[in-house]
Design a protein around this ligand. Structure first.
Ligand SMILES: Nc1ncnc2c1ncn2[C@@H]1O[C@H](COP(=O)(O)OP(=O)(O)O)[C@@H](O)[C@H]1O
Ligand SMILES: O=C(CO)[C@@H](O)[C@H](O)COP(=O)(O)O
Length: 487
């Protein structure tokens, strides 16, 4: 039977593992979920042990579905910006703090005071941002000094999993650039770290995204059914990996991606590092050696999951989509500000919160849930307008759990006024991780060659003009400032 390559994405809601043959065809996939911990308002954490258990279960389950195919490599992707603190024995010191945690506002102020906002943007592409890893390290220094004193290594979520799988601790530029202390030359910025009295030795070596990070340990092989010594490729942060899986690279400009995961993301590749001077959207390294801009809505799919868990726990996401169809474009006047976890683009405000406005006795659940879908789209349109000031984008390939819904894709296309292309099978970042691994082990000579095997059967959603959305977007754009007064 043919060889396959495995891609594993350590997402926020759970892990997805996929086996892909060398012609790009998905052969099997598995998922496992794990809990999101919120020990205090605005805090989000996960236990790395839960990631490891779920990943090993998913890999073992996947191995049993290979039907004679043999795995020849494993590529990694995962949620960005998390902090996994390890002691001298490589043991986890405390729960991981995640990308959408908002406890580090004071640390952000301290970093910008020490370095300067514009200096940070010029060096790293971004200002200090609460969800990034560096503010978490600064927070640990003062809030948990005993833990900080034990610190010997700081890893990102997917890189911690790679460390467990191979014993090697490395990272790669697309994820590392989301820490806030990797400079645009793809090196840890010693000046920034020295100014904050943080030892640069705490951070792992940076290898290329297609580099072999290590080889599967025999104890992991016995627990998963994968071969000992299997090459594990460094991979990419979830958005860069998802973009690679869609063939989005710095050598094909004006074609970006739209991811509706827990977060909502507009990803636009660029061939040179041009930051937003106000830092309203991110500039990160891409997994192809180039760069990309990223507009982020922190609670996108996460806002819909919140709605489901809070108001409709017995319904499936598909039921909620049908419900939204029973309302009208513009949600019959109801607006939703999706700032349930604070917000990144464009406000960089950890303290902003979500809201429904313009409710009346005539409104129904259908209007409320549609307003959530439209509010996420309005938020992403705000980010896309900023990204387009720097590099125009005409086409977006859609990925993430939300891209499974034709209802949400239609709303997104009409509000973003962009042509959306959705792959027939929504594999997301895990698929891109498999593509990176194929290049890493030489199954394809480079990414351009690997892009030739990507599925082309995308569903196209052309934007339709809708005055209701244009009027609603004008009102939506006033909400953030209007609601500041009532916090
Ligand atoms: N059938 C669906 N229709 C609409 N939205 C969906 C559907 N399935 C999942 N979602 C949305 O996708 C989100 C999960 O997307 P995913 O890419 O798996 O997230 P993550 O990588 O953050 O774990 C869910 O929170 C939900 O909001
Ligand atoms: O913070 C960002 C990007 O800057 C998020 O994209 C996280 O990487 C989480 O991704 P999802 O779990 O929402 O896919």
């Amino acid at each position: 039977m043919a060889d396959v390559v495995i891609g594993l994405d350590l997402g926020t809601g759970g892990v997805r593992a996929i086996a892909v043959d060398l012609q790009g065809k998905p052969i099997a996939q598995t998922t496992r979920s794990y809990p999101l911990l919120t020990p205090q308002p605005g805090w989000t954490e996960q236990n790395p042990a839960d990631w490891v258990a779920a990943s090993l279960e998913a890999l073992s389950d996947l191995t049993q579905k290979l039907n004679g195919h043999s795995a020849t490599a494993l590529g990694l992707s995962g949620q960005m910006h998390g902090m996994v603190p390890l002691d001298a024995d490589g043991k986890v010191i405390r729960a991981a703090i995640l990308w959408n945690d908002q406890r580090t506002g004071t640390a952000v102020d301290a970093i910008e005071t020490a370095i300067g906002r514009q200096e940070l943007i010029q060096r790293t592409g971004n200002p200090a941002i609460t969800g990034f890893q560096l503010p978490k390290v600064v927070w640990l220094q003062t809030a948990e000094p005993q833990a900080y004193d034990r610190l010997q290594q700081i890893l990102l979520p997917k890189d911690y999993l790679g460390y467990v799988l191979t014993g090697e601790a490395v990272t790669e530029p697309s994820d590392a650039s989301g820490t806030g202390c990797l400079n645009l030359a793809r090196q840890w910025d010693a000046d920034i770290l020295n100014a904050l009295e943080i030892d640069v030795g705490l951070f792992p070596a940076v290898v290329e995204s297609t580099a072999i990070a290590g080889r599967l340990k025999s104890e992991i092989a016995s627990r998963t059914g994968l071969p000992a010594g299997l090459p594990v490729v460094a991979g990419g942060g979830d958005n860069a990996a998802a973009a690679i899986g869609l063939g989005i690279s710095s050598s094909h400009l004006n074609r970006g991606s739209l991811s509706i995961g827990t977060s909502g993301v507009i990803f636009v590749p660029c061939d040179r590092p041009v930051p937003d001077p106000e830092g309203r959207v991110h500039l990160f390294c891409h997994a192809d050696g180039g760069y990309h801009l990223l507009g982020v809505t922190l609670a996108a799919g996460g806002a819909l999951r919140w709605y489901k868990d809070t108001f409709a726990s017995k319904l499936a996401f598909t039921d909620l989509m049908e419900m939204a169809e029973r309302s009208l474009p513009g949600a019959r006047g109801v607006l939703f500000l999706p700032h349930l976890a604070g917000e990144r683009s464009p406000y960089l405000d950890p303290d902003t919160r979500g809201a429904w406005v313009n409710l009346s006795l005539a409104h129904t659940q259908a209007d409320l849930v549609r307003a959530v879908l439209e509010g996420v789209a309005f938020s992403l349109r705000t980010a896309m307008e900023i990204v387009s000031e720097i590099t125009p984008v005409h086409q977006l390939l859609a990925t993430g759990g939300g891209a499974r819904s034709n209802t949400w894709l239609r709303i997104l296309a009409d509000i973003l006024q962009a042509e959306l292309m959705a792959p027939s099978s929504e594999e997301g970042a895990a698929y891109g991780a498999a593509i990176l691994a194929m290049v890493g082990v030489g199954a394809h000579p480079d990414l351009e060659a690997a892009f030739e095997i990507l599925p082309q059967d995308n569903k196209v959603v052309q934007p339709q003009a809708n005055p209701a959305y244009e009027a609603a977007f004008k009102r939506y754009s006033l909400l953030y400032e209007a609601l500041k007064a009532v916090r």
